[in-house]
Ligand binder design. Structure first.
Ligand code: DQA
Length: 142
């Protein structure tokens, strides 16, 4: 199984960015842990701060991956284009968030992705990504 983790804007700063909300670990370090834990599957990871690039990454993933784990970060709440990209590809997309967006500001309660995602995992810290991977593995074993 081949899964792609896509992170949106400001998530390149994980580890130093607002650690009380997002923790102290860089995504690169966490990704190495995921690769070790899930060494029986092919995991890839990419990040961009640019909306159109995120859309291109979703398009480009559609032939090569069995699933996408998407944290579109702030674009989640603003981007019709990213929601449309998720709807456009047949590859299942699980939306993840590190923080519980529903316990934060009202503008974070709206997502343009949720309605077209396979599912959403919100508020478990970095573990949200782990749970998303497990959801794909469970599907495969069903
Ligand atoms: C986030 C939540 C978003 O509201 C915020 O803009 C982010 C990170 C999360 O993972 O908790 O950048 O997607």
């Amino acid at each position: 199984m081949k899964l792609l983790i896509l992170n949106g804007p400001n998530l390149n700063l994980l580890g130093t960015r607002e650690p009380e909300k997002y923790g102290n670990k860089s995504f690169e370090n966490y990704f190495s842990e995921l690769q070790f834990k899930f060494r029986n599957i092919e995991l890839s990871y990419d990040q961009t701060n640019i909306e159109g690039e995120l859309i291109n990454m979703i398009h480009n993933a559609r032939e090569d991956f069995d699933g996408i784990i998407l944290n579109a970060a702030a674009y989640t709440h603003t981007s019709v284009g990213i929601g449309d990209a998720v709807a456009a590809v047949e590859t299942p997309v699980v939306e993840v968030h590190i923080s519980n967006t529903f316990s934060r500001e009202e503008f974070r309660h709206k997502s343009y992705i949720s309605a077209v995602a396979k599912g959403i995992i919100v508020g478990f810290g970095l573990q949200s990504y782990d749970l998303a991977i497990q959801s794909f593995l469970n599907d495969k074993n069903e």
